[in-house]
Design a protein around this ligand. Structure first.
Ligand code: OAD
Length: 228
């Protein structure tokens, strides 16, 4: 079984989905104009402050029943792969052990030149600079136009192609290459199930499209009494 999740699974935790309107002082910006290497080169402080705001937003939220159901499912299925486009870390917080973070993790910071993880503890500045080489630090997330972590994506694609069941949960299925994972599953003969209150480009190709929120639907997929 392979599950691909997007921002929709965190919506019921109170995390605005990626394409929800930005709120507050970020209202006048489009994420597509901030989450790019060009935006960071042009105005590192603005991009750093946007991510600091999003880290703040995510700092106070908890995983919901949908995240927890997937963590439970991982223990009941012989082979289970969870790939997420989310950078909020809520799957690991819910107890999922083996998570492929296709777009990185907003709580991790890296040197923009060396790409090594850097501990923010005690560092000042917006953005701070790398203690090792002096380059700006940046969030460890995939920006528009950047490549996904190759190994994580390859593992997700192979697992999708070998899967019997592929679940697409809470993603608009718009952004490549993550949106091509269901195609790999279909090509491998998997049963594809979509959980999303809205239709997406995947809907016509899915075997089942469950038009309901993940927080209600995923727990309903679990065996009721803890059976295998
Ligand atoms: P989007 O904001 O594009 O889509 C969120 C999807 O979740 C929509 O299709 C909603 O209908 C659905 N949704 C909303 N509430 C839901 C709920 N309670 N249960 C289930 N589904 C719900 O977010 P993503 O598809 O994750 O990439 O966006 C994919 C990528 O686009 C992001 O990772 C980001 C962006 O470009 C990068 O930043 C590289």
């Amino acid at each position: 079984m392979v599950v691909l999740t997007g921002a929709g699974i965190s919506a019921e935790s109170g995390v605005p989905t990626f394409r929800d309107a930005q709120t507050g002082l970020w209202e006048r910006y489009r994420p597509e104009d901030l989450a790019t290497p060009e935006a960071f080169a042009r105005d590192p402080e603005l991009v750093w402050r946007w991510y600091a705001w999003r880290r703040e937003l995510i700092g106070g939220v908890e995983p919901n029943a949908g995240h927890r159901a997937l963590a439970d499912l991982e223990n009941r299925v012989p082979r289970f792969t969870l790939a997420t486009q989310n950078v909020d870390g809520l799957h690991r917080l819910a107890g999922s052990r083996d998570v492929l973070e296709l777009h990185g993790d907003i709580s991790r910071t890296i040197c923009s030149r060396e790409r090594v993880t850097v501990d923010l503890e005690g560092l000042q500045g917006e953005p701070p600079v790398c203690p090792g080489c002096g380059a700006y630090l940046r969030p460890d997330v995939v920006w528009f136009g950047e490549a996904l972590p190759v190994e994580a994506f390859e593992m997700a694609r192979e697992a999708a192609h070998e899967s019997d069941v592929f679940l697409s949960v809470g993603t608009s299925s718009l952004v490549q290459p993550a949106a091509s994972l269901p195609d790999a599953a279909l090509a491998g003969g998997a049963t594809v199930i979509e959980i999303n209150p809205e239709p997406t480009p995947l809907t016509p190709h899915a075997d089942y499209a469950l038009r309901s929120p993940a927080g209600e639907t995923l727990p309903a997929l679990l065996p009721a009494h803890g059976g295998a």
